[in-house]
Design a protein around this ligand. Structure first.
Ligand SMILES: C[S@@+](CC[C@H](N)C(=O)[O-])C[C@H]1O[C@@H](n2cnc3c(N)ncnc32)[C@H](O)[C@@H]1O
Length: 346
């Protein structure tokens, strides 16, 4: 290795070793309200003013703000020998809690539940299975059952995180294929209804039934949908056992990656049986490249799936095998910026 190459390698090593510090700084600044304060204030502020308004020590706040400048969450200018801090676009868009596209809840789930759970990763690798009983402090029949039965507010935090992510990719996902000829939709494992809302805003003549577990539907009704969302209905059930509502299109967004191959085929076969001829299934997942070398966000998620579920991220061919085994045909895939879309027909 040449000297410049070695310097690059050390930089990469350092960045990765401290990646969790970056994650915690990003969440802490968001949680303390730094980005909301700077979004509301029309002018940049000093660290002393920010500390005063947010009730922190000036010394601690200055350290946090300087790190946020280095990470490009904040910009800093010097005026009259004073440092003045303001948000960058990424902070205004995604890190302020009050922003429409805020990822605060997604970061909260990662910071409060995924991060402590990572200490069990070596156990997951050794045993080849999830460690949900340790991560969530309660054992259930599967990861989602553990999560729903946890008393620590985890279920709501998880739902908030799922909901927040749709602000990142929802519109793009709806535009992946022309779905206008599928007016009757069932969002299987549809959680808070975030995907259903995106579907209806993109295809206004559609109606969406959300099939999810009773505890999840209760939460969704109480916190995420309102009477104005009259094109959305909920159906409480277990998608492995209970009847599947009738639909032209079944959406499975971020569901298959939670499950082992056999369970995926079981679920897809149930959907195929319920599907009208000409109907289809839309799978939304991060798809691994065929050589399994990336994208890295997909490889990272696959490790999280190992830790928390019985599933994994898959390649396009692997999804084709699962969909074909269930009887689906005409499988098409669209690569999108974050999650990918796969449409298959009956
Ligand atoms: C990873 S989340 C994805 C949620 C949503 N589709 C999204 O993309 O935001 C998986 C969803 O599947 C639901 N789920 C898990 N097991 C289920 C089952 N046996 N029957 C019905 N829903 C289930 C969970 O409650 C959760 O809402």
């Amino acid at each position: 290795m040449s000297a410049p190459e070695q310097a690059d390698a050390v930089e990469i090593l350092f960045q990765h070793q401290y990646a969790f510090v970056i994650s915690k700084i990003m969440f802490t600044a968001s949680d303390l309200g730094v980005f909301d304060l700077l979004m509301e204030s029309k002018a940049p502020l000093t660290s002393v003013t920010i500390a005063e308004r947010l009730g922190t020590s000036p010394f601690g706040m200055e350290r946090l703000l300087e790190a946020c400048v280095g990470l490009k969450f904040l910009q800093m200018e010097r005026k009259d020998n004073q440092a003045l801090y303001g948000n960058t676009d990424i902070a205004n868009l995604y890190l302020a809690k009050s922003s429409l596209k805020s990822q605060y809840h997604s970061m909260k789930f990662t910071s409060e539940f995924v991060y402590p759970g990572m200490q069990y990763l070596a156990d997951s690798v050794r045993e080849g299975k999830s460690q949900t009983d340790r991560v969530y402090g309660i054992s259930g029949k599967d990861w989602i059952d553990s999560l729903n039965r946890s008393k620590s507010g985890l279920q709501k935090t998880f739902m908030d995180a799922m909901h927040a992510n749709w602000h990142l990719f929802g519109r793009e996902m709806m535009a992946a294929f022309d779905l206008s000829h599928f007016p009757l939709v069932c969002d299987v494992g549809g959680c808070t209804g975030a995907c259903a809302k995106e579907y209806i805003s993109f295809y206004p003549n559609s109606t969406v039934t959300i099939l999810d577990l009773p505890e999840v539907v209760e939460q969704a009704n109480n916190h995420y949908v309102s009477p104005q969302d009259h094109q959305i209905t909920f159906y409480k059930g277990d998608f492995f056992k209970d009847p599947i509502p009738e639909a032209d299109l079944y959406i499975l967004a971020r569901v298959l990656h939670d499950w082992a191959d056999e369970k995926c085929v079981q679920l897809l076969t149930r959907l195929h049986k319920a599907c009208k001829p000409g109907g289809g299934v839309l799978v939304v997942e991060m798809v691994l490249s065929e050589d399994r070398k990336g994208p890295v966000r997909c490889q990272l998620h696959s490790v999280l799936m190992l830790l928390l579920t019985e599933g994994q991220e898959r390649t396009s061919s692997e999804y084709n095998v699962l969909l074909s085994a269930a009887g689906f045909k005409e499988i098409q895939q669209k690569k999108m910026s974050f999650y990918d879309a796969i449409l298959a027909r009956k």
